[in-house]
Design a protein around this ligand. Sequence first.
Ligand code: AMP
Length: 193
Amino acid sequence: MKSISVFCGSSNGLKAIYSSKARELGQTLANEGIRVVYGGAKIGLMGKVAEGALDNDGEVFGVIPTFLQSKEIAHDALTKMFEVDTMHQRKTKMHELSDAIITLPGGFGTMEEFFEILTWGQLGLHTKPMGLLNIDGFYDPLIDQLDTMVRNELLKPVNRNMVMIDDDVTNLLVKMKSYQSPSVKKWITDQET
Ligand code: AMP
């Protein structure tokens, strides 16, 4: 992994541990020589990831839509900033620039990015490892929901297992490094071939 996209909240969230872990993720990626790709904002957990990497001489690429530059306060000290026109272009650009994805706590925007990249993986459009940093149990209910989907046969276990989960940054990276993408594509079953 040379370059990782990070999806996370544009808010800081209630608990200080969200910010400290976001910073730690940026720092760890910098120390491992892995470039951070993110939404380019200075605010919220997004800003914390960027600061953690920049303060440790890491490379950080931001991708921000023009209309969000003032709202999300574009970071002015990144290695490189890509300005795009739409939210869709932002996700596509972040995808092009990275070979793995990590999701931290966030809201609707974070969830939208997380599930879209998962669905692309499920369809076999990419084979990138996708990690969920489950800081202080934030994503426990979401993980339960994924398991509910599997129990109710609306999600295949092989696709459920595409999500690497850990509450520790280093352990999550270890899991992601050994990730094997599913060999079965969602829409092709043995019966159908
Ligand atoms: P949130 O988790 O709602 O705080 O949002 C986190 C980040 O996701 C912010 O930078 C949002 O601008 C971004 N975001 C929200 N919706 C989308 C979308 N449809 N495509 C790309 N980024 C989005």
